[in-house]
Design a protein around this ligand. Structure first.
Ligand code: TRP
Length: 312
């Protein structure tokens, strides 16, 4: 990481800790251990999302493939190493190019190499970019007939509503004139089911959340007293979202980059939201970004949805 990036991130962390409710961006979850823990979360029995989304994709892949049609460019936002992507790569007809977009270069390039070896005829053009900002699409050898923007995992829910709408607008732009978006959207349901998904019995999600402080201590010279902190994930029914926090149990001062913060007993740091949607609520948000929901697939329990959105 360049010194300039490091300084900018340090300022961003400090800025978050200066808010009236302390917060740190979820991007600081992802050091190497954080990425491993995240992969582990998606295999936990309580974490219904991954297996449900994969099941929805598998059950509807023929229809999906017909909707997308031949010679499409598949542009995936976020990690490109998942099983869900493979379902698409295996079944889409005559795909023109696969463009995985991710901010983490190492992870992106190694999974792009893996995909190339599994799908030898497929052109794979990874783009290292922060996908929340507009980025340039690479030039494929074969001119695609349309762009399909793929955003699985209900990652959209990790953004505030304003940021989610903004991101959908970027995707609308990237999809282009006759493009479409395929997106995984987690649904509102019994809060007990949702809370269990973020408070797994093996403690992996807790470990993932706490790893953020370990990361800040190591990479940004902070001195959080790790044993004082614990994981909290609560469903806020009014807002329709999981709110994940780190909770402090003993008054402490924390130093980071020439700043000192006094953190009270029982004070929390907000680390992530995970919004859950109603079908109507998501459709309204998509519409504000210029999309029309053309097709929604769900599982029998209506836990999760995969939605195919076209430009309105
Ligand atoms: N977007 C998914 C979700 O909110 C995956 C995810 C992102 C996640 N950050 C997480 C899961 C933190 C558990 C904990 O569910």
């Amino acid at each position: 990481m360049s010194a300039a990036t490091h300084d900018r991130e340090l300022r961003e962390i400090i800025d978050g800790l200066q808010q009236s409710e302390k917060m740190i961006s979820p991007k600081y979850f992802y050091d190497e251990r954080g990425s491993q823990l995240f992969d582990q979360i998606t295999t936990l029995p309580e974490y219904y999302q991954t297996v449900t989304e994969l099941g929805i994709m598998r059950a509807n892949i023929a229809e999906l493939s017909t909707l997308i049609g031949p010679q499409a460019s598949l542009i995936e936002y976020g990690s490109g190493s998942s099983l869900k992507t493979r379902v698409l790569l295996e079944h889409l007809v005559d795909l023109a190019v696969y463009v995985p977009v991710d901010i983490s270069e190492d992870h992106l390039l190694s999974s792009a190499r893996q995909i190339r070896s599994e799908f030898p005829g497929l052109e794979v053009l990874p783009v290292v970019a922060d996908f929340t900002k507009q980025f340039a699409l690479p030039d494929p050898t074969v001119m695609p007939l349309r762009n399909i923007v793929y955003f699985p995992g209900s990652t959209i829910g990790n953004f505030t509503d304003d940021d989610a709408r903004e991101l959908l607008r970027v995707m609308h732009h990237e999809a282009g004139a006759n493009g479409a978006m395929l997106i995984g959207v987690d649904l509102q349901k019994d809060p007990a089911i949702i809370e269990r998904a973020y408070n797994d019995s093996a403690g992996v999600t807790a470990e993932f959340n706490l790893n953020m402080l370990r990361h800040l201590n190591r990479a940004y010279g902070a001195d959080f007293d790790l044993p004082s902190w614990s994981h909290e994930a609560k469903y806020n029914e009014t807002e329709g979202r999981i709110e994940m926090r780190l909770l402090n149990s003993t008054l402490q001062t924390v130093n980071i980059g020439h700043q000192t913060f006094v953190i009270n007993e029982r004070e929390g740091i907000l680390t992530e939201y995970s919004h859950k949607y109603t079908l109507g609520g998501f459709a309204a948000m998509a519409e504000q970004a210029g999309f029309e929901v053309a097709k929604v697939w769900t599982d029998a329990g209506q836990l999760f949805s995969v939605q195919y959105c076209v430009r309105a």
